[in-house]
Design a binder for this molecule. Structure first.
Ligand code: FE2
Ligand code: FE2
Length: 330
């Protein structure tokens, strides 16, 4: 069975009916701005007399970071900086912002605002840190961000809230992994502050991942057949990185080089892709679902062997030995 208008309308109705869980999740998974960490907690205090000394220390710490790690860090930052794309994406889903009002008290709209407000700190912090380090060609970075927001973002969810929740569960986990691994490499290169920054951002992504998985669990409880169909449909299209459209995505484009470097450095790899699929199928207990309609049983069969298929692909991935880092200064 493939998607049709009826399927999409049914999913929209169910999501609209789950508005209460989104409202609850704002309290359960997100942090009050007064209690939340802010970028300045990790940056030189420019109000102090020794501000420039603090900047000099920052630059000393970042001196030995390999160019490939700087490229990965910049790519992560650019992804975060394209935040307008993600807030628009979420509010355009069917059944989410039904009154078309960004100030709405509807649970899903509140969730979208509170989630993106937290996300906004990630790009701010990484951008300022990289700027002060002098290690990145910031003009090129800014042009890439400019282009990415201009070009937009297509999760291929086709406004289906079920597919979007699957996409976001996957992506929050993927970005968590990328930040954690970048942090480890920063630590190895002698920058313990940057390592702490990456770990802290990863902590936010971990909370967001939990929330999206929780939303999807509720969908599986309410409509297992529809949820399975959405999971299968999304995975067949494959989960693309949110920053795919940072340029024209041709061979040796910025995005391809960034992806080749994260694969080579072990920051985000095809094995991670396989492992995330495995994690999500376990999380939503896909193999244990019973009493399914035929099309959903077929989707279940497809999903249960999918992680292994990607693991076999991952074993065959050839790591490019020499990829020229991008956005690096000098
Ligand atoms: Fe983020
Ligand atoms: Fe995130």
């Amino acid at each position: 069975m493939s998607y049709n208008k009826n399927e999409l309308n049914k999913n929209a109705d169910i999501i609209a009916g789950l508005e209460g869980i989104a409202k609850q999740a704002v309290n359960d998974y997100l942090v009050d701005p007064q209690q939340c960490w802010q970028p300045t907690d990790f940056l030189p205090d420019m109000t102090k007399d020794d501000a420039l000394e603090q900047v000099a220390q920052l630059r000393k710490r970042t001196d030995a970071i390999p160019p490939e790690v700087i490229t990965s860090l910049v790519g992560n930052m650019i992804t975060e900086e394209a935040l307008p794309n993600y807030q628009s994406f979420f509010n355009l889903l069917k059944g989410v912002n039904t009154d078309g009002n960004m100030a709405s008290e509807n649970g899903w709209v509140q969730w979208s605002r509170t989630w993106t407000a937290e996300e906004n700190r990630h790009g701010d912090l990484l951008n300022k840190y990289l700027y002060l380090s002098g290690r990145a060609d910031m003009k090129e970075v800014e042009i890439t961000i400019h282009n990415l927001i201009r070009n937009g973002f297509d999760a291929k969810a086709e406004q289906d809230p079920y597919q979007a929740m699957i996409y976001t569960s996957f992506q929050e986990r993927a970005t968590k992994i990328a930040h954690v691994n970048t942090g480890k490499l920063a630590d190895k290169a002698g920058d313990d502050v940057l390592s702490r920054i990456c770990k802290t951002i990863a902590g936010d992504e971990a909370r967001h991942e939990k929330a999206y998985k929780h939303f999807m669990s509720k969908i599986f409880e309410t409509d297992p057949n529809g949820a399975l169909l959405a999971f299968e449909t999304m995975m067949k299209k494959q989960i693309t990185m949110p920053a795919l459209l940072m340029d024209n995505a041709k061979e040796h484009s910025l995005f391809t080089r960034f992806s080749m470097i994260t694969e080579k450095m072990g920051i985000y790899t095809t094995f991670d892709y396989a492992n995330i699929i495995h994690h999500l199928t376990e999380q939503w207990k896909i193999a244990q679902l019973t009493g399914l309609k035929d099309y959903a049983a077929k989707a279940q069969e497809y999903l249960c062997t999918l992680a292994d298929r990607y693991r076999r692909i991952a074993e065959r991935v050839k790591v490019q030995p020499a990829v020229i880092p991008v956005w690096v200064n000098g």
